[in-house]
Design a protein around this ligand. Structure first.
Ligand code: N01
Length: 531
């Protein structure tokens, strides 16, 4: 009989959430380890190695704050770190805090079930079985790649890539005819870089996206030193921001709709020239007031028209939907790339890809020939990785049954009928609408405090109450409904996956959320049942 590995806590995933969970829980005296399906740490930064992959949050902010020596000593080289640098950072953290020995790599959870009698989880993986009092699912929000079922895909004789599952070996597109499907954040980053190598690049666009220039650049040592000299103060200020991200521009209460033309132009130009997500903080009502939203959208369309030489192409690349209701993109020379004669855009807004063929693909009856196909078709966001684990809670109730009508969590941390299972940045928490590492730290610290409190008070099990979860899901959606976020087919709503129930999954507003989590803890874990 194969032996069962026993743990106090089993963490699933060794990305930034998993690494910090291991560190904090071991420090607090728990027997903890992690399983990770990859062969190394880094989570999203381990898998997303596509050309041009880079973080859209500035590196001095997209980093852990929990250890001052770590944040003082690590030197970032660019305003926005590229994937290789972020992966090195994750590896450095694992080494510095001696975490690698706690991680079982190449280990994929196949199923897990809760035994109400023993109050323990049994977790079956492709390698071994674990029994743990608690499971911390640090499985990431964008970690299950979405590869739509294109007919004929298996017949393609060239190379096939998905941005979210990029090979570890260097991919060289030199001299190749490459087709890329999708124009979301991943494609917007990859297209200029692939175009710089490929002989021909054809982009299949179903919906155009708004993209703001990143203006990435080497990080000036003086800028880095200045931030590091005030790190605590800056991190604290970031946590008070709705997105958990600090901007050099102070917050304002101004309406884009009410601004005079001169004022509006000057402010938008300043943000455009600075680059990055500060653009969306130019006016407070961009994601609330349709007129303000349209004014800002029109400003971006003006830039697209100015950047793209061919007016018809500029129109095709110009979105008409609400700006920022899909996750905004940042780019480096995205629109300009379409001025190159070897790059062409195929609008498929009215035509699904009919079939993949042995030598390319067919759409609108037209055949395109490629050496390589790149799918930049995104992720089954926020719930995909959790649902894939075949989780069974109390009374044989499965997570797939529990979430048939969309994810139902309390605080994005606990799920009724699934005791002793915590989700890090789970649906119903601010997660993807914030700086993920900051959101991860807040969640992992809350989970650690909860487990220490349970141990101190002799509790063995914690479970979210159904009515608390129902009220929480209504709260998340009522906040989203006061904004324009739910107005387009975004992955925030699950709208990118055929058949997935549309529910707005992330919670808007980090500070109120963090305060609520603290209140819940100090009210003896109000909304949870402790036994
Ligand atoms: O995925 P997406 P992504 N036929 O879902 C198209 C994060 N991220 O990987 O819009 C044809 O945004 C789809 O078309 P449509 C970030 O949070 C972060 O680019 O559904 N096309 C869309 O154009 C981001 O939002 C960073 O009409 C199909 C594209 O594929 C999230 O990851 C960098 C199709 C998918 O876009 C996901 O971004 C990159 C089909 N059947 C990503 N199915 C950094 O911060 C889908 N599409 C570093």
């Amino acid at each position: 009989m194969t032996s069962v590995e026993k743990r106090d806590v089993l963490v699933v995933g060794a990305g930034f959430g998993g690494l910090y969970s291991l560190h904090l829980l071991r420090e607090s005296g728990f027997h903890v380890s992690a399983v990770e399906r990859g062969s190394g740490v880094g989570g999203t930064w381990y898998w997303n190695r596509y050309p041009g992959a880079r973080c859209d949050v500035e590196s001095l902010q997209y980093s852990y704050s929990f250890d001052d020596d770590l944040q003082q000593e690590w030197e970032w080289t660019e305003r926005y770190a590229g994937q290789p640098e972020i992966l090195r950072y994750a590896e450095h953290v694992a080494e510095r805090f001696d975490l690698a020995d706690l991680i079982d790599f190449d280990t994929n959870v196949e199923s897990m079930s809760y035994d109400s009698t023993t109050q323990k989880w049994t977790v079956s993986t492709n390698q071994r079985t674990y029994e743990a009092a608690f499971v911390v699912a640090a499985t990431g929000c964008l970690s299950t790649a979405n590869l739509p079922e294109f007919p004929g895909l298996e017949t393609f004789e060239g190379d096939v890539y998905h941005t979210g599952r990029w090979p570890h070996e260097q991919v060289d597109f030199t001299g190749q005819r490459v087709g890329i499907i999708g124009t979301g954040s991943s494609a917007v980053q990859a297209i200029p870089v692939i175009a710089s190598e490929a002989a021909e690049l054809t982009v299949f666009q179903r919906t155009p996206n708004y993209s703001i220039p990143a203006h990435n650049q080497p990080l000036e040592p003086a800028v880095q030193a200045e931030v590091k000299s005030r790190y605590d103060e800056l991190r604290q200020a970031a946590r008070a921001e709705r997105s958990g991200i600090l901007s050099i521009f102070p917050p304002n209460e101004d309406s884009a709709r009410e601004a005079s033309d001169t004022e509006f132009r000057a402010r938008m130009d300043e943000r455009w020239d600075y680059g990055g997500f500060s653009f969306y903080r130019s006016y407070i009502d961009i994601v609330v007031d349709p007129e303000s939203n349209e004014r800002v959208a029109d400003y971006v369309r003006g830039h697209i028209t100015a950047k793209v030489d061919d007016p018809e192409l500029a129109t095709l690349l110009s979105p008409t939907n609400t700006i920022a209701c899909k996750r905004p993109c940042l780019d480096t020379h995205y629109y300009e790339t379409f001025n190159s004669s070897h790059v062409q855009l195929i609008d498929i807004s009215d035509h699904e890809i009919e079939t993949i063929t042995p030598h390319g693909l067919r759409v609108r009856g037209e055949e395109f020939t490629f050496d390589a196909l790149v799918f930049a078709t995104g992720f089954d966001a926020m719930t995909g990785s959790l649902l894939k684990m075949n989780i069974t809670g109390v009374a044989d109730y499965t997570l797939n049954e529990a979430w048939a009508n969309g994810p139902r969590t309390y605080l994005g941390l606990g799920i009724p009928s699934f005791p002793n299972l915590f989700t890090v940045t789970g649906p119903g928490s601010p997660s993807v609408l914030t700086n993920m590492i900051m959101a991860i730290e807040q969640h992992v610290e809350w989970i650690r405090d909860c487990l220490v409190s349970m141990r101190d008070n002799g509790y063995a099990a914690i479970e979210a109450k159904p009515d608390a979860a129902d009220a929480w899901v209504s709260h998340v959606n009522s906040i989203a409904d006061q904004t324009l976020y739910p107005s387009c087919n975004s992955w925030y709503l699950g709208a990118n996956i055929p058949g997935k129930t549309r529910v707005f999954m992330p919670l808007i507003g980090f500070p109120d959320y963090a305060e609520r989590c603290e209140e819940v803890a100090s009210n003896n874990y109000e909304g949870f049942t402790l036994v």
